[in-house]
Design a protein. Sequence first.
Length: 250
Amino acid sequence: MSSPSKAKRKLRDGVNDVASLWNSVVDSHKTGLSQPKQSNLGIAGRLLGVLPHLVAFAFTAYIVWIARPGSSLFSWHPTLMCLSFLVFMLEAILLFSPISSVISGIDYFTKRQWHWILQACSVVSALTGFAVITTNKYMADKQHYTSWHGLLGLIVCGAVNISVCGGISVMYPAVVFNMPVMILRRLHAIFGAIVFLGGMVTIWLGLCSTWFTNNVHHDAILAACFACPLLVMLHITVQVGQKIFRRRAR
């Protein structure tokens, strides 16, 4: 009877430790920006802030390079999907990060405007990439959504549209009755993070496809490609989780 309680207590302590580490890095980063002498944690904060941008852009550039968009109809599918999730959607989420935002000194409403612009680009890119692979399957007379990659991709594309509706409700709260704006923001942040993580898992499963393994012949590159989505997932999970736990503690 005590083991489940101990497991829950260890899990809660672990989450609190991660949140505390994240807060210390953020605080030290802000201190490092205002003081001439910055600590090691200030440097770590800056590195942590730049890391998801570098990882995502390097991964996307490599996928685009091996896909050679325009060489075939299928080549547009991995290209557009990586642009959608690892460029547009990731940058839209990172706008609200205390250490990874590229416009950290801008007010919330300007960030929100850029957020929906980037998300609109993400939705167009994702739906176009989805249409490309569907058309390619139809032309090749192949079955649709038979793999975990294809099935989860279908679910994620549908969830993207739901997340868009949630974002519209945050921008225009009068559309949703009897619900405070802060609750709408929290629900949108949680659901949006889940959708993004689902997209990362879908991309990760795509790395197991025959197309990808036939185009990558070095184990080191293969391992690095598998690690990139996981690193981005971890960063976004900590960012959103830290914001939610901090709000609950207030």
